[in-house]
Structures are given as structure tokens and as C-alpha cells.
Write a protein that binds this ligand. Structure first.
Ligand code: URA
Length: 161
């Protein structure tokens, strides 16, 4: 309810790495593009630091419409959007996925484990390896976690060579 634009996802359809966030925010809802607000700017910096140009990756969210007031997506909303996410995974077949934050990781991996239990070890979804790290919005509030996020992101590289 109340969303302006469907934020489907964007990027290279042959991307070797796909980043998956939670849900569009206010700026994403206006522009129809994922991760273009403040958290998106940090995500862009993180991706640049990895020397992965934004054009070479694909970015999507677990739900395609902004939840009212940025509340976390509800189970029925996640279920409604899952078929689109699974289709994106099937079409792009990235070599590795980076799940951004607990909500994205829990939805993607169909688990309720906290982020601390999911970071630092590999997972799979639809036979694609998944690396879990902090959501960039969390890193904006807790810059001290950036060091750990950087270590998480290094785990993408073995899948990319
Ligand atoms: N946060 C998300 O999880 N996704 C976006 O697209 C923007 C902010």
C-alpha cells in the first residue's frame, strides 16, 4: 500500500555477483531503482572498494515494493515477491550472492537465525553460494562494523576467479 514504483532490480543480466537487500526505501520508491538513497551510496562505495563496477553486478531486494514507513517486509509480502526473486536468480545465475542484513538473509535462506550466526560461513540458495553481511544502513549507524563487513565481502572473491 502506498508505494509509487515497483523496484524490480537492476544491473548486468550476466552478473557474476548479485547483491540482495531488504526492500526499497523512500528514494528507491521515487526513482524505481534499488539502493539509490543513503544506504545505496554506501553500497556503491563498498562495491567500488571491491573493484566491482556497479555495471558488472546485479542488485535486487527481497520485496519489490516499499513497505509503508519502511517497516520490515511482512511474511505475506515476502511470499508474494519470492517468485520474482527466484526468477531473477534463475535467469542471472550469479556465481555468488551477497545478502545484505538479517531481513534479506533470513528471507533468502528461509531461516530465522540472527545475523551473527549467519555471517562467516557459506550458505546456498537454489544451489547458488550465499555470503551474508551487514546491511549498509546498519553500517551507516555503526561504522565500527565496517571492518567486519569488509572481511565478509572478501569471501566473495574465491567465487569470482
Ligand atoms: N535498502 C534496501 O534494503 N534496499 C534498497 O533498495 C534500498 C535500501
Amino acid at each position: 500500500d502506498g508505494r509509487r514504483t515497483v523496484v524490480f532490480g537492476e544491473g548486468n543480466p550476466s552478473a557474476p555477483v548479485m547483491f540482495i537487500g531488504e526492500a526499497p526505501g523512500a528514494e528507491e520508491d521515487l526513482q524505481g531503482r534499488p539502493f539509490v538513497g543513503p544506504a545505496g551510496m554506501l553500497l556503491t562505495k563498498m562495491i567500488q572498494a571491491l573493484k566491482l563496477p556497479r555495471e558488472q553486478i546485479y542488485i535486487a531486494n527481497t520485496v519489490k515494493c516499499r513497505p509503508p514507513n519502511n517497516r520490515p517486509p511482512q511474511p505475506d509480502e515476502l511470499a508474494a515477491c519470492r517468485r520474482y526473486l527466484d526468477a531473477q536468480l534463475a535467469l542471472i545465475r550469479p556465481r555468488v550472492i551477497c545478502a545484505l542484513g538479517r531481513t534479506a538473509a533470513n528471507a533468502l535462506l528461509r531461516t530465522e537465525q540472527p545475523l551473527g550466526a549467519l555471517r562467516g560461513r557459506p550458505h546456498t540458495v537454489n544451489d547458488i553460494p550465499v555470503i551474508v553481511t551487514f546491511h549498509p544502513a546498519h553500517l551507516l549507524r555503526h561504522p565500527e562494523a565496517k571492518r567486519d563487513a569488509w572481511a565478509d565481502l572478501q569471501r566473495l572473491f574465491p567465487y569470482l576467479s
